[in-house]
Write a protein that binds this ligand. Structure first.
Ligand code: SF4
Length: 436
């Protein structure tokens, strides 16, 4: 039987779909591209914004259109939040909530379409399991799920309702999963979760201890920490990264706003002064580090003056890139009932301004690294006659395609930045007979 998968959303979802796909593989299914005719279609959904919900519905309709007889399984955050709504969509056969995401074969023995869809889900506060996952197959880097869920009360966020309480795997199990990833030939792992700095809550361990143990895993040469809350980015973690040969100088830290009044309304667990301290500490201890920052524009009650404060606050910070999100109401969140909503037009204006600021900072970061030596892990993707890879500090490098370099880590010197905005490099440790 043919099966196809479609994943929306975050790295966590990709690691989970990849793990679900392996269970189909073990059952002898043939994997085909989403959109091609299939007998079973699995859609792993996201619900971080209203747009994400819409894209999920579009994916379900596309699946039904391309394979009208296919058995359609919908799982993920949208499935947990709106299982009833999705079960009524034409073509859907099974809706799996967060607790059942990995238990399809326990629930379904025959992939035969039925009149009405079956929903296997439960209230989110009943969700307790932690299913370890890693992505494999179609990428050079592997996403390793180390933590799930979140206990934070951010007033705009629907993720705790979709993924449940903060929980994680034991360090010993995650090390075993990392060793499995090594056996598959991966050299780089991206540590992913919902609130990974909160790792250890359900096992009485810490994220710092996990990083120390991961460093010892033979065969993995690079780790990236995906997104970490500023209040959980401890000085000992920054020091560990500054001394590490494996944990890369690449941080992704959510700020959301540079205005303390709004940070309070968002129920974030820090004020902007703490955020600034973390950035200064990283710049001091790891000057070559890449720092990506999440910002939300248009949160309720954000005045022009508040936005300007955020803009000026970020402008003076030495960070490398901004992930700019436009605020949107999410059902059931406290922010969705707040007064003084910002108009869509104004949100668009503010988003544009921050995107321009981000482009400037990103360009400056690349220019600052010209003449510097770095290592690059070259990836398999080929575009026109180029291939790409990322330096330790997340600079995208473009070179003429050479399949001998796929999944190879090479020492390079950054020479310039081309019209595509990618770095051009000189490879310092050229390929020789014995390292082709
Ligand atoms: S930390 Fe806040 S924004 Fe992030 S997942 Fe948790 S509740 Fe959502």
């Amino acid at each position: 039987m043919k099966v196809s998968f479609h994943t929306l959303g975050c790295k966590l979802n990709f690691s989970e779909t990849s793990t679900i796909a392996r269970s189909f593989d073990e059952k002898g299914f043939e994997k085909v591209k989403f959109g091609n005719s299939a007998d079973v279609i699995v859609i792993n959904t996201c619900s971080v914004t209203g747009t994400a919900d819409k894209k999920c519905r579009q994916a379900i309709n596309k699946a039904k259109k391309n394979s009208p007889e296919a058995f359609i399984v919908v799982t993920g955050c949208y499935a947990q939040l709106k299982s009833d709504e999705i079960s009524k969509m034409p073509g859907v056969d099974v809706v799996l909530g967060m607790q059942e995401k990995f238990n399809l074969f326990d629930k379904i023995s025959e992939f035969k379409k039925k009149e009405t869809a079956s929903v296997y889900s439960c209230e989110i506060n009943e969700v307790s399991n932690f299913d370890i996952s890693h992505s494999s197959g179609d990428r050079t880097r592997s996403f390793l799920k180390i933590q799930d869920g979140c206990d934070y009360p951010c007033t705009y966020c629907t993720i705790p309702k979709a993924r449940g309480k903060s929980r994680n795997g034991k360090i010993e199990d995650i090390i075993l999963e990392a060793q499995t990833i090594v056996k598959k030939g991966f050299k780089e792992i991206i540590l992913t979760g919902v609130n990974i700095g909160d790792f250890g809550k359900t096992t009485d361990e810490t994220f710092f201890e996990l990083l120390q143990e991961l460093e010892k895993v033979e065969g993995i040469e690079r780790y990236r920490i995906s997104s970490i809350e500023p209040n959980l980015l401890t000085d000992e973690i920054i020091t560990l990264v500054s001394n590490s040969k494996k944990i890369l100088p690449h941080f992704h830290i959510p700020l959301q706003t540079g205005n303390n009044k709004l940070l309070k309304l968002m129920k974030r667990r820090y004020m902007r002064e703490l955020f600034e301290e973390k950035i200064i500490s990283i710049n001091k201890n790891i000057p070559e580090a890449f720092i990506g920052v999440d910002v939300i524009v248009g949160f309720p009650d954000e005045t022009d003056k508040d936005f300007l404060e955020t803009y000026n606050f970020i402008e003076k910070l030495d960070v490398s890139f901004l992930h700019v999100f436009s605020y949107s109401d999410r059902d059931g969140t406290p922010a969705s009932t707040m007064e003084n909503k910002v108009s869509a037009k104004e949100i668009e204006n503010r988003s544009k301004k921050l995107h321009l600021l981000s482009d400037l900072k990103h360009k400056n970061f690349y220019m600052k690294n010209i003449g510097k030596e770095q290592t690059v892990l070259f990836e398999a993707a080929k575009y026109k006659n180029s291939m790409f890879g990322f330096t330790d500090n997340y600079i995208k490098v473009e070179i003429p395609y050479d399949e001998n370099l796929i999944n190879k880590i090479k020492k390079v010197k950054i020479i310039s930045v081309n019209e595509n905005g990618n770095a051009l490099v000189e490879i310092l440790d050229k390929l020789t007979k014995n390292n082709v």
